[in-house]
Design a binder for this molecule. Sequence first.
Ligand code: PLP
Length: 490
Amino acid sequence: MKKEALLTEEKTLDPQDWSALNELGHRMLDDLFYYLETTRQRPVYSKPTARAIASAQQPLPQLPQDASAVYDDFFTNVLPFNTNNIHPRFWAWVQGGGTPFGMLADMLASGLNANVSIGDHMPMHVEKQVIDWSKEMMGFPATASGLLLSGASLANITALIVARHQANRDIKTKGLQAVKGPLTIYGSSETHNCVLKGVEVIGIGSDNFRKVPVDEQYRIRTDELKRMIVEDIAAGYHPFCIIGNAGTVNTGAIDPLNELVAIAREHNLWLHVDGAFGAIPYLLPEFADRLKGMEQADSLSFDFHKWMYVNYEAACVLVRDPQLHREAFTTAVNYLSLHERGLSAGPDSFTNFGMELSRGFKALKIWMLLKQNGLETYRTLIRQNLQQAQYLAERVQFQPTLELLAPVPLNIVCYRYNPGNCTERELNALNKEILMQLHEQGIAAPSYTLLNGQYAIRTAITNHRSRFEDFELLVNETVRIGTGITGIVG
Ligand SMILES: *Cc1c(COP(=O)(O)O)cnc(C)c1O
């Protein structure tokens, strides 16, 4: 065969017509900017239509389709039925809203297609910079180590693995059989479920997670914690770790972290703080005192994609002892050893600090957003969310038919509609119905939780687009829907 014939047959996934893709790319950008700019004008929730769902049940494609047709499918069927955590009245679970500049940063990261695991290239240095900034933000020493992960769930597991390694270094080679007496771990009954999952996954076993009772403000009871540790030691167990909560998922409670530091030191236990969203107000000088002790933990996890409003996914774990962190994860492999020069030289591989080998360039959006906004902007927005939570709590207390169900130490407000003549069971069903209607009518998207058996409408405010008027609307609409259901005018 002639060389020319061969060349024409060689395939690539790059476009044949770059200018057509360029044009499509600009259309995508225009569409997305418009979508983001006008998000407030749309309902907070739109149920996916049967047609949209069917579009996600097509046969596995065998033959190529035109890129613009693929995009049209996305535009018609996916985009209108988004989670919509970008909406100003989205307060469900704890989800951040991302930013348009973050979207662009993600595009750049994806264009570079960087694999940030090993090698002497700038994406490695950018992630190191983001980790250094994270330490500074959270009051950790510059000598600490860290890693970016997809979320606080993975950040928590990463920290637990280091804690386990500290408890017994033989586990790495011999497994949990190396431990005399089961390892036990302690955290309040309000600890996030992902920590429990982590405890199961790394072989500690959820039976060995001691759920410590909480006080009336949903904070860990340190007297109970101390009693449980002492009892476990006497019974032949091997306590190794305490979980401190900086902002529980149910009510935003902050454990007395200073006391946990002292208890951990006394019993030589690892202290890990889950600060998924609640660690963030550490940036506020007027709030930092309430999180005091966090900076003395052995490890800390927090999300960038919640209360730092960074586009999904982005979280960070910090570990005070970098050697221990590295030791817990490193394995000597020939194809990953570093050279003196060239691409294979350079900073210590991130694979020595976590489970992932191939890793995307999530550092870029954090790096760019922190620079674009500066911490001062974040401080303003976090303060705004904290004030909005207090405002909502006040509005709830002001309404005779609404009831605040938990204290509001942070950015989470739990309340219910209570016209005063229903049983607890009826109230639970009534408030569940109100929540579903708030969603279905596209008004607002809080979520729910059970507090002492009481169904609570739960509003978690990590939203830089919310305005005070949005909370006013939530209160009025809750009362309107509740009144409509019960026929009782509040
Ligand atoms: C959200 C959350 C997590 C889990 O974080 P992901 O980023 O969703 O993995 C853990 N702990 C707390 C307190 C949370 O709010």
